[in-house]
Design a protein around this ligand. Structure first.
Ligand code: MG
Length: 160
């Protein structure tokens, strides 16, 4: 059996924090605000995985009110979600991410992000897609206030 899941997240930019997206530290003067490291791409991905398995969302598993998750490494949280899915009998088949931001220019980093997500999910790079869009200067994301990420994943029952 297969299950499909969708995830979305957005975070505001905040000066003085490192920018981490899809588990990759990117150059830039502004990172993303958030209780964790603010990695909206991995948060969307985790929501997609949890959603596909009917296991809730990131906020339920890693509450922002919990001090354990202050400045948490989202890659480590993602590994926990993959382990939880495996425990429930699910494995990820592929992942498709779209990141929407005006800055920084993500094209030079897409391959590194694919490789990193592949490592986190135990997938070949060909099964991971990372796409970068701008918002054509429209709305808050277009004004550079923050960024957004969308993710779709397919799960398969283990042992099939
Ligand atoms: Mg988030």
């Amino acid at each position: 059996m297969n299950r499909i899941g969708f995830g979305y997240d957005s975070h505001r930019f905040e000066a003085g924090r490192p920018l981490v997206l899809a588990g990759v530290k990117l150059p830039g003067e502004r990172g993303l605000a958030g209780h964790s490291d603010g990695d909206a791409a991995l948060h969307a991905l985790m929501d997609a995985m949890l959603g596909a398995a009917g296991l809730g969302d990131v906020g339920e598993h890693f509450p922002p009110t919990d001090e354990r998750f202050r400045n948490a490494d989202s890659a480590a949280l993602c590994t926990e979600v993959v382990a939880l899915l495996a425990q429930m009998g699910w494995v990820v088949v592929n992942a498709d991410l779209t990141i929407v931001t005006e800055e920084p220019h993500l094209a030079p980093h897409k391959q590194a992000m694919r490789d990193r997500v592949g490592d986190l999910l135990g997938l070949d790079t060909v099964a991971v897609s990372v796409k970068a869009k701008t918002n054509e200067k429209m709305d808050a994301i277009g004004a550079g206030e923050g960024l957004a990420a969308y993710a779709v994943v397919l799960l398969e029952e283990l042992g099939e």
